[in-house]
Design a protein around this ligand. Structure first.
Ligand SMILES: C[S@@+](CC[C@H](N)C(=O)[O-])C[C@H]1O[C@@H](n2cnc3c(N)ncnc32)[C@H](O)[C@@H]1O
Length: 352
């Protein structure tokens, strides 16, 4: 029999708290500690966790619950909790624990529904690293790019060329001010900052795509941003504005079958750029093999007038941080461009 201290929900709260603290969200860590204590005390958190049918650790119960609380704050439904949340202009005070538990108690029914919703994010900060890859492609070929993203979420990184980048090493696209991406960049600047990539199309797929024209879906994306990281929230909102003003195609589809369709014909006069960030681990091994085979096959058929590029920012063990890799066909040369923080807070560029 599982004892209280071994209950997966309690283990999940206790594991996630240091992850949030190390990930730059001390407020989330504090809230998780409060939720864990309430679970032990048999309060409303205990009832919500016990009544939930999912797997606490694997299905991220903790992130669902703190996302549910953040949603109440963003919606203006929980002013007592809001006063602790920097995302709405607050700042944590000594009454945080009391206000968290009071809110969980007041909104127990709402939170029971909230924890049934999967965590869904779209991290625009990853474009800090992806930019270097796109510029490397533009430097290697002047052909216009057709962007094809798998695991796009809301597809916001499809607009990487409409963001502005500013760090101690370089600036790029400083004229666009809706989303200014800042990062701690180390190593040289990406090659050829003066190239001007031309984008001829933007398309993506996801098993659970977020419709950026749906306010409720956008609020849900916002709620999964940690509440003491207002700069992430600001860039998400800026990117949503950009996406709403520009054309793109986002389909609800599994990566493998979607690529089969998108790679069926070569794009004459263009470079098809297949890219993805932090989605590879979600694919079963058979799907990873299928996607790799499809891209490689399309690459082998590439010509100087119909190129294929594969850019990915993914965790490749034993590295503990995502690596940025690029393969460009014809030729199939693979380049390791650098490593990056999961949300793009830093980029270590390794290519000259
Ligand atoms: C951690 S999110 C990353 C989203 C986005 N790439 C980013 O960097 O912000 C992983 C995404 O992969 C999607 N995903 C998982 N398996 C997938 C599959 N088989 N086909 C397409 N998308 C998938 C998920 O729905 C989710 O939106």
């Amino acid at each position: 029999m599982t004892t209280q201290s071994e209950h997966p929900a309690l283990i999940a709260f206790r594991q996630q708290s240091p992850v949030c603290r190390e990930g730059g969200s001390p407020l989330s860590a504090l809230i998780l500690d409060v939720l864990a204590a309430d679970f032990v005390a048999g309060g409303p958190v205990h009832r919500i966790a016990k009544g939930w049918g999912g797997r606490a650790i694997e299905d991220a119960l903790t992130l669902r619950l703190i996302g549910g609380l953040h949603r109440l704050v963003l919606d203006g439904s929980a002013p007592n909790l809001a006063k602790h949340y920097p995302s709405v202009g607050g700042s944590p005070t000594e009454s945080l624990a009391t206000d968290v538990i009071q809110t969980v108690s007041d909104f127990e029914a709402v939170l029971r529904i909230a924890v049934t919703q999967q965590v869904q994010t779209n991290e625009v900060g990853r474009s800090n690293a992806l930019l270097g890859g796109f510029l490397a492609i533009a430097e290697l070929t002047p052909k216009p790019m057709l962007l094809l993203e798998i695991g796009s979420s809301a597809g916001l990184n499809l607009f990487w060329d409409l963001f502005s980048y500013s760090n101690e090493t370089f600036e790029w696209n400083a004229i666009q001010r809706d989303v200014v991406l800042k990062t701690d960049w180390s190593g040289s600047a990406p090659a050829c900052l003066s190239v001007e990539p031309v984008i001829v199309g933007r398309a993506g797929c996801d098993l659970m795509p977020i419709d950026i024209h749906d306010d409720d879906a956008c609020r849900s994306l916002e709620s999964f941003i940690w509440p003491d990281q207002p700069e992430r929230l600001a860039r998400l909102r800026g990117a949503i504005r950009i996406a709403r003003e520009n054309e793109y195609r986002l389909e609800k589809a599994d990566a493998g079958p979607w690529l089969t369709k998108e790679l069926a014909e070569p794009a004459d006069g263009q470079c098809k750029v297949i890219f993805h960030s932090i989605m590879w681990d979600y694919l079963p091994k058979t799907m990873q093999d299928d996607v790799t085979a499809q891209i490689t096959q399309a690459g082998e058929l590439a010509t100087e007038s119909a190129l294929v590029a594969w850019l990915r920012l993914e965790l490749e063990r034993p590295s503990v941080y995502p690596m940025l890799k690029l393969t460009l066909w014809p030729g199939g040369q693979e380049l390791t461009l650098g490593t990056a923080h999961f949300h793009g807070a830093w980029v270590k560029w390794s290519k000259g």
